[in-house]
Design a protein around this ligand. Sequence first.
Ligand SMILES: Nc1ncnc2c1ncn2[C@@H]1O[C@H](COP(=O)(O)OP(=O)(O)OP(=O)(O)O)[C@@H](O)[C@H]1O
Ligand SMILES: [Mg+2]
Length: 573
Amino acid sequence: MPVSMSIRTKVLLFAGVAFGLVAAAGIVLHRNASSAQELRARIAVVDQQLRLYSGMQPQAWNYLAHLLQAGRLGMDSRALLRDYEQLLNENLLNLQEGLREEQQWKDTPGNARQSQLIENLIDAQRQWARGVEVVLRPVTLPANSSNSAWWELFSTYEQGVRPHLDNAAAAQRERKQLLQAQMDEHLENEQVLSGVLPLLVGLVLGPLAAFLLAPLLRELRELHTTAERIRQGDFSAELPAERQDELGSLAHALNRMAQELRDSLREKERMLQAQAEAAERERREEAEIAARDLHRYNAALEHMVRARTGELENANIQLASSLRQLQSMQAQLIFNDRLASMGKLAAGVGHEINNPLAYVISNLNFLHKELNRTQGAPSQEDFQELLTAVTDAKEGAERVRVIVQDLKTLSRPDDAQNGRADLKTVVHAAVKIASHEIRRRARLVAELGEDVPPVQGNASRLGQVFLNLLINAAHAIPEGQVEENEIRVSTRQDTPEFIVVEIRDTGCGIPPENLDRIFDPFFTTKPVGEGTGLGLAMVHSIITTLGGTITVESEVDRGTTFRLNLPAAKALT
Ligand SMILES: Nc1ncnc2c1ncn2[C@@H]1O[C@H](COP(=O)(O)OP(=O)(O)OP(=O)(O)O)[C@@H](O)[C@H]1O
Ligand SMILES: [Mg+2]
């Protein structure tokens, strides 16, 4: 049974059968081919003999012609006979050689008879040649008798030689036909074999392969499927292992491998479960410890929180006291700045009052001197002069009164938010006070709108605001170029609720990096002792307290604009 054979045996059996069949077919084809080759050689030999037979008659005619010519010329004809006999010997040798060649092929038919025929032929030719030579030798043929002599000699050839020549040639032609028939048969066989043999080999080998190898392929497929299942993790896959051949042992090995994998998987699962249980135990213990720790930490944390809360409360109390101190310091500082403003104000006022006062004093001195001189009775002319002096002194005193009036406007100690202030009056007062700083540096232009309503706030505080802004503008312009510089104060009403006041100068401008800091207390670019840096901080504080805003635009070397938005005063009820 092929099932019980090993794969090696099957393969060897198949290879043996295939080799045997191919070898047998080869041998058959080879034998046929070599037989055909032999026949071809034999036919060639027979052909050669036939050519010799067909050349014999022309040789005889040639001999005869030479003899006749020699007889006519009286020459010795025996030499011609010798030549012809030699030619006949050569023919005999060649024909016998052909026969010998044929004898190497065992089944050549009628070889002995052919040999006899050849000998008879050559003998007949030899006798004819000698007879002819004897007839022609002594005669000097007359010219007219040569034809009849020719025909006579020709007929002796036809009678004595021709039958032998025809017999020998006919026997040889017969042999050729026989060989040719065998040759045809071989060629036919060859054709048949070259078609039939491969078919035969295929017919034997095909079923044999199917019979031996098909079950093998089927089982290999089964083996592959099982191995694939094992690869995908299905270790329960098993192969029938009852075969005794190589496939059987492969199936056995595969089954053993699957079994080992099953075992190791079970072992691994057992280990994983043990690990999981250990981890769970550990986790539970840790959770218990953590719960205990948490409790402890909670207690510690509560304690800490309580302690920190107490610390924070203390810190809060300290902060509140610091804040109070800071607030009082700020109030003090603002008060100081107000004092400084007042100082500036006093200086400005002193300067302003000095001129009219000097004027009044000089007029009064003049009056005093004149009244002493005239002793109470001045002449009409003196009286006029005295009157002018009195009028001038009065005018000077009047100017002092106006200045003092302005001073009162700017220094009334009212509270910041309350009251209404007429911008025109306040700005005029501030301009006047600042004029001794401005006049050496720039032209002052005031565009104070006629219909601008009063603003909310205290006139003295607003006066401080404008005074500070005007003095800052003046300080931004160097002294001495009055015509090229300008400080412009303008007021207008954009919306019913707010009045806009702009103070614009053509001074040095504020660098962008300082713009954010100019409202900070103590920020100043002035040398120590010249500026406190509290001016704008105070301005900002007053404006925002009133509910207004202050903004600044500035370009270095081109100038600065401060823009104030002040709430319009509420209508009087
Ligand atoms: N119009 C302006 N042009 C250029 N710089 C200005 C202008 N106004 C304010 N500054 C800048 O803002 C700074 C702060 O001004 P602020 O009025 O607060 O203080 P201060 O003028 O320096 O000192 P003071 O307390 O005497 O007023 C000034 O030092 C100056 O550098
Ligand atoms: Mg200032």
